[in-house]
Design a protein around this ligand. Structure first.
Ligand code: SF4
Ligand code: SF4
Length: 444
């Protein structure tokens, strides 16, 4: 039977405490009306101007406050509405302002939801044709991955990603780290685990892995580590016959149609597995965030969306529940020493607590120092030429802390955040995923 209840666990407590977020009302004509959108931006920006708690969270708020402070009136009324789009462009939808700071979220009568308002603005801009081909290409890792899976084309794609000329054309910063596409994709490496049809779950420890396009094409080693750790703990792991990119990057860009296409393929299939008693594990936090928060907000009346959201887990959240049941092995053979752990924003926004930190701390002679700060990666934010420098600057406090404490390992649950920290350190060191560290601690 699937672990469909988080009650009684640390994760369960966090989920229960989450504020109720009203769905995105994209079915109403007002949602798409640019005049109404600009009026709502003005209303919320005015509240933010009077509050300014979020002044140091990201680049969107400093952009807004600078526009206001440098306007002729020193008030929001002195900022022309077309400049509001500069604020929208600087938000990378990390959700921190909503989940960490804002006292005015619903049920407060002001109903401030800054990230969702930025998302609405992007959806309106996308529908009005305001997104170029470079952005659309960056939002399609799966399309590139499929092409790169063809042996003769992989070197061509990887070379194109390094090419300064093509990077300029696509709006990619010359120093941005783009992990190469790998020959051995997850689906090739683990083809013996691919199941054509759902079968009844063999036990209460059985998961379907949503490998993600990033995991499948670019980080197969992470998926291999996860499978090894889960199997060591008696958890059955299978892959579905096919999966489509969760479309988080499309959502960030405002492409609702792409999100719907992805939902139509992934959700019925995953819901079918859940009905057969399986849980779902998504190792990339942004995928988990999309399944748990993005899709339920966009499609609140779809029961299959809710079913999948209720049965989906982060890997360490799942391991923490096994630990609560006394089923997690603690036969660790190798201490890890000092580990700096960065919690990605899209994991924090799922409100499951710091389960990776808790599990790694079970390893003897291991001290985990957590950092709850945005690394600034934000999907394509760190890759794009216009935002690369600002994104890297956001990682600076974490990078400085790593330089200060010189840990044996530094890690993040988000592989892209890990690459961002490597970029900031620029000393040739490599970030590791917590599940890779756990595998090493087990010595398996
Ligand atoms: S969602 Fe993140 S990037 Fe966007 S405004 Fe809030 S804190 Fe800034
Ligand atoms: S999002 Fe909320 S907390 Fe942040 S500046 Fe605006 S009103 Fe203040």
């Amino acid at each position: 039977m699937a672990l469909d209840s988080r009650e009684g666990t640390m994760a369960g407590k966090w989920v229960a405490d989450a504020p109720v977020r009203p769905p995105l009302d994209w079915n109403s004509p007002q949602f798409w009306d640019e005049g109404e959108l600009l009026a709502e931006l003005e209303r919320v920006f005015d509240i933010c101007d009077g509050c300014r708690r979020c002044h140091n969270l990201c680049n969107a708020f400093p952009t807004l406050f600078e526009l206001i402070d440098e306007s002729t009136t020193g008030q929001l009324s002195g900022v022309s509405r077309h400049e509001f789009w500069k604020v929208v462009a600087n938000c990378h939808l990390c959700d921190q302002c909503y989940s960490r700071k804002c006292p005015y979220v619903s049920p407060h009568e002001w109903r401030v939801d800054f990230p969702r308002l930025m998302l609405r603005a992007r959806m309106v801009r996308y529908r009005n044709g305001g997104v170029g081909w470079g952005m659309r290409l960056l939002a399609s890792p799966e399309t590139l991955g499929r092409v790169a899976a063809l042996p003769l084309l992989r070197p061509v794609i990887n070379a194109a990603m390094r090419s300064g000329f093509l990077r300029r054309l696509a709006g990619v910063h010359p120093d941005a780290v783009l992990p190469p596409y790998q020959r051995n994709t997850v689906r090739r490496l683990f083809r013996n685990r691919v199941m054509a049809q759902p079968v009844p779950a063999p036990s209460d420890a059985a998961v379907v892995l949503f490998a993600s396009c990033y995991g499948n094409y670019q980080e197969a080693g992470l998926i291999a580590d996860l499978i090894a750790v889960f199997e060591h703990n008696g958890i059955t792991v299978v892959l579905t016959e096919q999966e489509r990119c969760c479309a988080m990057r499309h959502l960030e860009m405002g492409d609702l149609a792409a999100v719907e296409r992805s939902r139509d393929m992934n959700i019925p299939m995953l819901a079918d597995w859940v009905e057969h008693g399986w849980s779902i594990v998504a190792p990339v936090p942004s995928c988990g965030y999309l399944f748990r928060q993005g899709l339920p907000s966009l499609f609140p009346s779809d029961p299959r969306v809710r079913k999948v959201a209720g049965a989906l887990f982060d890997p360490f959240e799942y391991l923490a529940m096994r630990h609560d049941k006394g089923c997690l092995k603690t036969d660790f053979r190798h201490p890890l020493g000092v580990v700096l752990y960065q919690q990605p924003c899209h994991l924090e926004a799922q409100r499951i607590g710091m389960q990776s930190c808790a599990i790694l701390s079970l390893v003897p002679q291991t001290h985990v120092e957590p950092m709850v700060r945005c690394c600034g990666h934000g999907g394509s934010h760190a890759i794009r030429a216009v935002s690369h420098r600002a994104a890297l600057a956001m990682a600076t406090p974490i990078v400085e802390r790593i330089r200060q404490i010189i840990p044996e390992h530094y890690c993040s649950d988000c592989p892209m955040a890990g690459r961002q920290l490597e970029s900031g350190l620029a000393d040739g060191s490599r970030a590791e995923h917590p599940v890779t560290l756990l595998r090493r601690a087990y010595g398996i």
